[in-house]
Write a protein that binds this ligand. Sequence first.
Ligand SMILES: Cc1ncc(C[n+]2csc(CCOP(=O)(O)OP(=O)(O)O)c2C)c(N)n1
Length: 513
Amino acid sequence: MNGAESLVHSLIDSGVKTVFANPGTSEMHFVAALDRIPGLRCVLCLDEAVVTGAADAYYRMTGEPAATLLHCGPGFANGISNLHNARRARSGVLNIVGDQANAHVPLDAPLTSDVAGLAHAVCAHVHRSATAADVGADAAAALAAARRFPGFVSTLILPADTAWDEGGVVATAEPPAPAAPADPAAIAQAAAWLNNGKPTMLLVGGAAFAEPALLTAWRIAQGAGAKILCERSPARMPRGRGRVPVERIPYPIDLGIAAFAGIEQLILVNTGEPVGFFAYPGKPGRLYPEGCAVMVMSTPEQDGPAALEALAAKLGTPAAPVPDPGPRPAPASGPVTPEGVAQTLAAVMPENAIIIDEAISFGRGFFPGTRAAPPHDWVMLTGGAIGEGIPLAVGAAIAAPGRRVIALQADGSAMYSAAGLWTQARERLDVTTIILANRKYAILLGELAGVGANPGRTALDMMDLSNPALDWVQLAGGMGVPASRAENLDELAVQLAASLAQPGPHLIELVIG
Ligand SMILES: Cc1ncc(C[n+]2csc(CCOP(=O)(O)OP(=O)(O)O)c2C)c(N)n1
């Protein structure tokens, strides 16, 4: 058995099921081993940002790391922005990066680069195999690192000789340890704060989004008369009918600060301190008021759901029904507005849909309008590195067959990883992408004003995508994804319903005037 074969056997024996891949010469023995040893679904992606974004979504939907196959430092670097997003989502991802054979590194051939240096920027675990005999155990260790609660990005660098040399030894990853419990003293302190009558907020994130933890958090807040908010960009949040109406920290700095106004005590549950997405001249970096007391009830690495249960028990919080969001709306009609898109979405999305949200500025109002939709999961861009929506849709559809994926996709962000549409077509994935075609970097126009910069012609041109206008119907069609264009909400409703009734991918270019 060579090193590559030991790697494939070790992955399969350790429970890995899926590889998102963009291979090169140094990975040929690994690719050949994938061929010989059945058991892994291999998904070809035509850009590494698609590979890594798909792996991120796969973890968010299954709680199990997928493997990625990346080519040398440059291939890894192409995928780094979505590994950054995966790190922010606390997703477990196992990267396998082929590299120059160990003896070839000193010759400084063209693709030789500092893979480990690049990997350390986004990974919790980085290891380079020394010999074929090490590869199996190294893979098992890297996988165990990716699975550590709540999930980490992990990289195994596989020099070509360690793949082709004989002497591979199969190894199996140790199962992950359960999440560490929160400190009982922290839970007691949170209970005391919620009982002392001061204005208090629960800020919830990460693992505490899992049902029923979010319901428990909401019940606690209702019972104690506290406010509740969730982190700005949830990795995955259960939403729709029967789910609790928890709002996100707003993106614009002034709204973010306003959301915390008057709060004197802030309790963090599986999330960090709330801070501005960026610094703005003359504005605070932290969103909560000066003098507000802050405590960590559970860190993102601790068992937030159990901590919330313990807190509810300590407080004697009664069960509370989830508020009725009212009747499911009918599809909206007329000119395109964010509220209208949300209404149409709520009207036509199927039960148990997965919503991918890289809607950027246009999507800020989508939460309230989708409360009366059937139960669904909402998956967001977590790390602010745009260009993950289309890859997330790929990974979610592969992770959750039978569930419809609807991607709300801003046009500028879509261009970074549009190649993912090809994988959607090739794998016949049930994904409907709605391109929000405002033909500009609208969010940056707001940011220009926000930082107090001068909006001259050159600056405005840097945010204009209308010259030439992108033709998404042709772009999608050229990659095998059937597409249509909607100019108003009536056309959106018809095209969306038609796409949901058919298997396979579809793209709707929604023109925003
Ligand atoms: C990887 C990366 N590159 C650049 C940026 C800076 N950036 C933030 S938003 C944005 C434009 C987004 O435009 P679009 O996706 O069309 O959404 P809209 O602003 O129109 O809502 C850019 C370029 C970023 N956040 N991440």
